[in-house]
Design a binder for this molecule. Structure first.
Ligand SMILES: Cc1cc2nc3c(=O)[nH]c(=O)nc-3n(C[C@H](O)[C@H](O)[C@H](O)COP(=O)(O)OP(=O)(O)OC[C@H]3O[C@@H](n4cnc5c(N)ncnc54)[C@H](O)[C@@H]3O)c2cc1C
Length: 352
């Protein structure tokens, strides 16, 4: 039986393990953290990623999620820039990260072994396989070890890697009673968004421009429209993460018997809400290619499919992040005006 090591048990790593298991591989997942799990935040999962999870046999994602509805965009004082135009587009579902992670790992069968508290420090490969920490060996290694991937650094020591976007993100889950459909509010250099979860609580996120490495509170949103201050006050825990993406061009996702997947390959800013979805789609593609071709051909096909697709997303997400985070008052006025006109045109077309 073919064997694989998956480094990292984030959403990308655990989905890869399920995909490899379905192809008949014996999989060992190595996770540095003492236990499996995900952070306390929500996550949007787009239909393409839900479809991959369903193909992989991961059940119940839609049941545990809230279907997003068209949501509008407001100004910090609460005035609508644009209502909730129905663009006729597919929208993501919103789910708690831990729930999504649990649904995926629930599919682990006897072919998947998980070792937590295992830090991958070295990898070496030869014609016959890949060795980790001079300890474990397998036919294939999938590096799903996140944006600061040690495996990627070992393969591509010259690559610059993470690039600071200029903004930090706050996230929380609020236990508040609200009658508000959610949506986003864009200010000058700050953005806030929220959406309902299946258990009635609300997932919210906010971003603010600041130098990397600054610990701060989301106090800038205290003067923003209702229910924003209530959402922040109603959250037991607030996460703060500086937002990085990966330097372009991305490095090849395959070198010999080692594959990069998820943020290790293509970390993007969260503006499109597609980072984890892309990791899920990577895992689906890897499994699909491995079932239909020899190892080297399958890995080449994986790189050829996933690198261009995710490069586009990294670029689009970065561009949207720049637009959302601009603090220039003239650019903000023009931006909001264009959104308002765009929204009206869409509404007009929908009425016709
Ligand atoms: C504010 C914010 C909001 C977001 N919202 C969305 C959203 O709505 N929708 C969406 O699709 N995406 C979203 N994303 C992006 C998404 O969170 C990531 O793209 C996704 O979590 C990446 O998953 P991953 O498994 O590739 O990496 P990670 O989640 O980073 O997992 C990597 C794992 O590898 C482990 N690890 C690292 N190094 C080692 C080592 N040497 N040895 C062993 N284990 C190791 C880590 O402990 C970790 O568990 C958001 C991101 C942020 C910051």
């Amino acid at each position: 039986m073919s064997t694989a090591i998956v480094v990292g048990a984030g959403i990308g790593g655990v989905t890869a393990a399920v995909a490899l298991q379905r192809c008949g591989w014996q999989v060992t997942v190595l996770e540095r953290a003492p236990e499996l799990g995900e952070v306390g935040a929500g996550i949007s999962v787009w239909p393409s990623a839900v479809a991959v999870l369903e193909e992989l046999g991961v059940k119940g994602v839609e049941k545990a999620s809230v279907q997003s509805r068209p949501a509008g965009m407001r100004r910090p004082d609460g005035r609508w820039v644009v209502g909730a135009p129905d663009l006729g587009m597919e929208l993501p579902v919103m789910i708690h990260r831990a729930q999504l992670h649990d649904l995926i790992t629930a599919e682990f069968g006897p072919a998947v072994t998980v070792r937590t508290g295992y830090d991958v420090r070295t990898i070496t490969q030869d014609a016959g396989g890949v060795t980790v920490n001079d300890d474990l060996r397998a036919d294939l290694l999938v590096a799903a070890d996140g944006i600061r991937s040690a495996v990627r650094s070992a393969l591509y020591p010259q690559y610059k890697g993470p690039r600071y976007s200029g903004f930090t993100a706050y996230r929380g889950i609020a236990d508040v009673d609200l009658d508000d459909g959610g949506g986003e509010t864009w200010g000058r250099g700050q953005l806030f968004g929220f959406a309902r979860l299946i258990d009635g609580r609300f997932y919210w996120y906010g971003t603010a421009n600041q130098p990397a490495g600054t610990t701060s509170e989301p106090s800038v949103f205290e003067s923003w429209h209702d229910p924003i201050p209530r959402l922040i006050a109603g959250s037991e825990k607030i996460l703060q993460n500086d937002i990085y993406d990966l330097t372009l061009p991305l490095v090849p996702f395959v070198q010999g018997r080692v594959v990069l997947l998820g943020d290790a390959a293509h970390a993007m800013t969260p503006n499109l809400g597609r980072g984890a979805c892309s990791a899920i789609e990577d895992a689906g593609a890897l499994g699909r290619h491995l079932t239909s071709a020899t190892l080297q051909t399958a890995l080449a096909a994986y790189d050829a499919e996933r690198r261009p697709a995710t490069t586009k997303l990294v670029k689009r997400s970065r561009g949207l992040g720049r637009l959302a985070q601009t603090a220039n008052p003239i650019v903000c006025t023009v931006r909001d005006g264009l959104f308002a006109v765009g929204g009206k045109l869409v509404a007009l077309r929908a009425r016709k």
